[in-house]
Write a protein that binds this ligand. Structure first.
Ligand code: UGA
Length: 447
């Protein structure tokens, strides 16, 4: 099928790459000329495992453009995957969605086209997009339907999550659109495509379930899924606080409850809590949307509060250990909001660094991939960037493990303890073997 994708961020580029990989003809559009040139030159503007390989393999079926008149008229399906970043009041900024819908409306061809919202958008956006397209068309005829097809991929495993999805959700009032999108996704639904060598199909995955709904339900599914995952994390972090007081081990508690299949073991990793572009934005949108209807969302609100408190607890624990932060140096291992990405949006590291700086401490930081981006995106963050974990320790009175990069697992803690200014380690992700680190000469504590 002929597909157009508006927006080449994580969602747009991954979707484009995967749809081309399973055989469709894809045109990716971005208003940013330099991004398009980068992609045309075979380079990738985001950090995501295997994205280069899949783009290279699907090269013949992929095009990049800044022009709507090139991408839209021939497309049978148009995906909108533009950013909806939070405005200062927490509500999503819909200017890119509005612009995309209007431009699509102005360029639709005469064939039936399905316009799909893949961005996470406020409930009701499907209807809004439809009205924007109609408005842009004016009196020109067009046959189109709008659908919501929320994205559930995680950064760092975006391709895996797209090709081997847990489910595909299609929300629309048009049966014809359901047919088109079912055909589009058939190779994934039936798992009939040839798996890339670097991304093996999970054993036992024979088919991916399809959930078809109305527009509003699909839009709410996205928010409800992210809210539920967020509150699962906050729940275990709240239990973690109690565990600490009563002398229990929260990791064992998580294992003990997670093996109950009704609960499940995933998203019960206690520690610094969630960051990233999605959970904070989506839980905030849920609370704000409910407020529009006079509804409180006490559970989602509490999950947000607990998450913020986890970051503050780092500073509190350091205060407890170092007593005075003024004049001390704290080292942070990891800046990215999670491993395998250089994404710093809502990263706990930033709040922690700011909290420490505000109390007069010096902050030394290391991250295997995110330092360049941090320098660029956080010019006012007065931290010292250092080359490796060893240099973090040398400079610091205390070290906090903020992001669980696998390479931090291999650190020679004994050598580092010898050169560290203060061998106090706060493990913000409950990631390290505490006994081993303690044996290496560190005072080891978990958040
Ligand atoms: C999240 C969802 O997992 C995706 O399904 C969804 O598509 C995406 O948001 C989105 O809406 O676009 P993502 O933000 O990329 O994906 O990352 P996750 O792997 O979900 O991690 C989110 C945060 O939760 C990270 O900071 C991670 O460190 C933290 N986390 C995760 C925990 O603290 N504990 C856990 O057990 C799991």
């Amino acid at each position: 099928m002929r597909i157009a994708i508006i927006g080449t961020g994580y969602v747009g580029l991954t979707t484009g790459a995967c749809l081309a990989a399973i055989g469709h003809e894809v045109t990716c559009l971005d208003s940013d000329q330099s991004k398009v040139e980068t992609l045309r030159a075979g380079r990738v503007p985001i950090f995501e495992p295997h994205i280069e390989e899949i783009l290279e393999e699907a090269h013949d079926r992929l095009q990049f453009t800044t022009l709507y008149e090139e991408a839209i008229p021939r497309a049978q399906v148009v995906f909108i995957a533009v950013g909806t970043p939070p405005l200062p009041d927490g509500s999503p900024d819909l200017q890119y969605l509005r612009a995309a819908a209007a431009a699509i409306g102005g360029n639709l061809g005469l064939e039936f086209t399905v316009v799909v919202n893949k961005s996470t958008v406020p409930i009701g956006s499907g209807n809004w997009v439809e009205s924007l397209i109609r408005e842009a068309r004016g009196k020109q005829p067009a046959e189109f339907a709008v659908a919501s097809n929320p994205e559930f991929l995680r950064e760092g495993s975006a391709l895996h999550d797209s090709l081997y999805a847990d489910r595909i959700v299609i929300g629309t009032d048009s049966p014809r659109a359901v047919d088109v999108l079912t055909n589009l996704y058939r190779p994934i639904l039936e798992q009939s495509f040839i798996a890339p060598t670097y991304l093996a199909r999970p054993e036992h995955l024979a088919a991916v379930p399809l959930v078809t709904t109305d527009l509003a339900s699909a839009e709410l599914i996205k928010y409800a899924a992210n809210s539920f995952l967020a509150l699962k994390i906050s729940f275990i972090n709240e239990i973690g606080r109690l565990a600490e007081r009563v002398g229990a081990d929260v990791a064992l508690v998580a294992k003990g409850i997670g093996l109950d299949s009704r609960i499940g073991t995933r998203f019960l990793q206690a520690g610094l809590g969630w960051g990233g572009s999605c959970f904070a934005k989506d839980t905030s949108a849920v609370v704000a949307t409910a407020a529009d209807y006079g509804l409180a969302m006490p559970i989602v609100s509490a999950a947000r509060l607990v998450n913020q408190q986890q970051r503050e607890r780092v500073v509190e624990k350091l205060l407890g250990e170092l007593k005075i932060l003024k004049g001390k140096t704290v080292g942070l291992l990891g800046l990215a909001f999670k491993p395998n990405t250089d994404d710093l949006r809502d990263a706990p590291s930033l709040d922690i660094a700011r909290g420490l700086l505000a109390r007069g401490a010096t902050v030394a930081v290391h991250d295997p991939v995110a330092m360049e981006r941090a320098r660029k995106e956080q010019p006012d963050l007065c931290v010292r960037y250092v080359e490796n974990a060893e240099q973090v320790a040398e400079a610091s009175d205390a070290v906090v493990l903020v992001t669980e990069w696998p390479q931090y697992q291999d650190i020679d803690w004994e050598a580092m303890a010898r050169t560290a200014r203060g061998a106090f380690l706060l493990d913000g992700r409950l990631f390290l073997d505490g006994a081993r680190v303690a044996k290496a000469g560190w005072k080891y504590t978990r958040l």
